[in-house]
Ligand binder design. Sequence first.
Ligand code: NAD
Length: 337
Amino acid sequence: MTAPLGVAVIGAGRMGADHVRRIQEVVSGARVTAVVDVDADRAEAVAAPVDGCTAHTDPAAAMAVADVDAVLIASPGPAHEEALLAAFAHDLPVLCEKPLTPDPASALRVLEAEQALGRRRVQVGFMRRYDPEYTRLRAVLETGRLGRPLMLHNRHRNVASASFFTSSMLISDSVAHEADVTRWLFGHEITAVTVLRPTPSSAAPEGLLDPQFVVFETAGGALSDVEIFVNCQFGYEVQAEAVCERGTARIGAGHGLLTSTEGRWGGAIPQDWTERFADAYDRQLQAWVDATRRGEVTGPSTWDGYAAAAVCAAGVRALHEGRRVEVELAERPALYG
Ligand code: NAD
């Protein structure tokens, strides 16, 4: 493919609008040719500054536009299944923001629909796999220099949760990322989830179980634990430490620019994911554009999206039932290696 990839962006909210900016200003080899939002004014506002870009309220209508070669889905999770199936019907490759879909049953339907096509069409937006620190951590583990990984300690903290955030969403919306990195770093499926619930922070909205402590068991025998704390008030922090037989490897300390002045040294803590993972979003999108232009599909697959949904479903049950819950996973189809 020599012409730039024409992309329809579905969902023009925070992530969608940022992806439009990224395609237009950061990524090479692509341009935004259509923007879709159920809110017509929002679609129009995001599409208007982009030369030759049309605005729509119906995803399927946008996919039928002549210069749309690929689809980026950034609508809310419950809208993903319909958009994915429409993209399959139009034979268009997709970058789908996480979650693939909000629950394992719908993720399985997407998995089956993709298998019926006989080839991969979807890259799921688990952008941490493109973060320079996470990729270095994986590379170190893969050398075997530190020995076999035994445990992964994860910390995931947000300044404050959105008003609509529920206790279940700490798992399904936030810990979904750790479910994916655990599977990706260890190369094993997660088999069971336990969730412990400390007394909630007084800064958490009434009724929100925040923080939570999540433990994943993996098929390889390694454990991965996650402190998820979405009203920590001071910043957005994502950290991980892999503990191996002969050493540890950790990321996320955030030592960017440090200043020393007036008897103190210090630096800034990012306030949200768009800042902390800016590089990762750029690299993810460039990798998708490059692969798509080569006629390939790479990166986190529909299977990865389904597996994360299955882990999160087990996690939400573990949270509410106060017990260890095993992950129910379908057999991995040959299409996903
Ligand atoms: P948002 O609420 O800011 O934006 C969503 C937009 O989609 C809104 O403009 C809404 O009007 C529109 N919309 C709703 N239903 C639609 C439909 N059926 N078709 C088209 N448009 C529709 O949400 P957001 O924060 O931008 O999140 C969007 C997606 O990105 C979600 O799946 C979310 O989980 C994901 N996300 C990923 C990360 C990450 O780190 N990878 C971070 C934040 C959000």
